[in-house]
Ligand binder design. Structure first.
Ligand code: SF4
Length: 77
């Protein structure tokens, strides 16, 4: 997994996180803790769940701090 500051990628998707937008509701960490980890750095582990589950969770982020895009030339199974 390739990881830079607040950009996290695996083979299929890239997830970005904007800390200044996050409202710290911890919804992501509560609902998908294998991916959105509270005390481990890097805090987002895209190997922790299926891409579909990660996308579903990102879409539930109330603030828009989490966003994703499908990496080019990849389709989600
Ligand atoms: S769900 Fe969104 S707003 Fe809530 S803690 Fe996670 S990133 Fe922040």
């Amino acid at each position: 997994m390739k990881t830079t500051a607040n950009v996290f990628s695996n083979d299929e998707i890239t997830v970005t996180y904007q800390p200044c937008v996050c409202v710290n509701a911890e919804r992501c960490a509560r609902e998908l803790s294998n991916v959105f980890r509270q005390s481990i750095i890097p805090w987002i582990d895209l190997d922790g769940a299926s891409t579909k589950k990660i996308i579903k969770q990102v879409n539930k982020c109330p603030s828009g701090a989490l966003k994703y895009h499908i990496n080019s030339n990849k389709e989600v199974a």
